[in-house]
Design a binder for this molecule. Structure first.
Ligand code: PEP
Length: 250
């Protein structure tokens, strides 16, 4: 997938206003970060702010939608299709975020279908997987993550445009970050799963990024793990420390 590191920001989840978006884009535009061949930066505002962000963001940063419809656009009131994203020139989409899986009932198969359809339209995908606290405590983390990944692998043949984001649900927005060992453990197992079930080549080249309470303070240690290829950042992407997180790819 090109760049060695990858840094996604899923920001402005609820409280974004146009003024806030402009401020955040200004901060991002002024940030001194490594070049694109070291780290790929993708900014993912809510749909309504995509044109504003795309139009004002520095050209070396890219944009992503936070979701899109599962198949060809049509009479699906309230949904945004992959075709619309293509029309706007949006190169990336985040799919299968835990909030969509858990709050909106998106099943593994539905997420897999979305990933396949977005890819078929030429949109690159950040596909999220991750277990709940209950599932972790029951010892089923890898079963859950493997089942989520399998539903994608069954529907996708070309992994060039897929980034997998491991986001343990208990770590998202909680301030309770996975330890570097916990993150590495799952990333390693995920890569092994890809090696066995897809191909060694895909396992080696697919970026597996971590998300869940990543901050300027904890990013370096996480980034040093051999199977952590980047981050999906929520809360901290709204703050100047996001620049430090991007730099941790160096
Ligand atoms: C997220 O919203 O996907 C996320 C990882 O958020 P945070 O970094 O705030 O935990």
């Amino acid at each position: 997938s090109g760049a060695g590191g990858s840094c996604g920001s899923r920001n402005l989840i609820f409280n974004g206003t146009t003024e806030e978006v402009k401020k955040i884009v200004n901060t991002l535009n002024e940030g001194k970060v490594p070049s694109q061949d070291v780290v790929e930066v993708v900014i993912s505002p809510p749909f309504v702010f995509l044109p504003l962000v795309k139009g004002s963001l520095r050209p070396d940063f890219h944009v992503a939608a936070q979701n899109c419809w599962v198949k060809k656009g049509g009479a699906f009131t309230g949904e945004v299709s992959a075709e619309m994203l293509v029309n706007l020139g949006i190169p990336w989409v985040i799919l299968g975020h835990s909030e969509r899986r858990l709050l909106l009932g998106e099943s593994n198969g539905f997420v897999g279908d979305k990933v396949a359809y977005a890819l078929s339209q030429g949109i690159k995908v950040i596909a999220c997987v991750g277990e709940t606290l209950e599932q972790r405590e029951a010892g089923s983390t890898m079963d859950v993550v493997a089942a989520q990944t399998k539903a994608i692998a069954e529907r996708v043949s070309n992994w060039n445009d897929v980034v997998v984001a491991y986001e343990p649900v208990w770590a998202i927005g909680t301030g309770k970050v996975a330890t570097p060992t916990q993150a590495q453990e799952v990333h390693f197992e995920l890569r092994k799963w890809l090696e066995k079930n897809v191909s060694p080549q895909v396992a080696a080249s697919t970026r597996i990024i971590y998300g869940g309470s990543v901050s300027g303070a904890n990013c370096k240690e996480l980034a040093a793990q051999p199977d952590v290829d980047g981050f999906l950042v929520g809360g901290a992407s709204l703050k100047p420390e996001f620049i430090d997180i991007i730099k941790s790819a160096e």
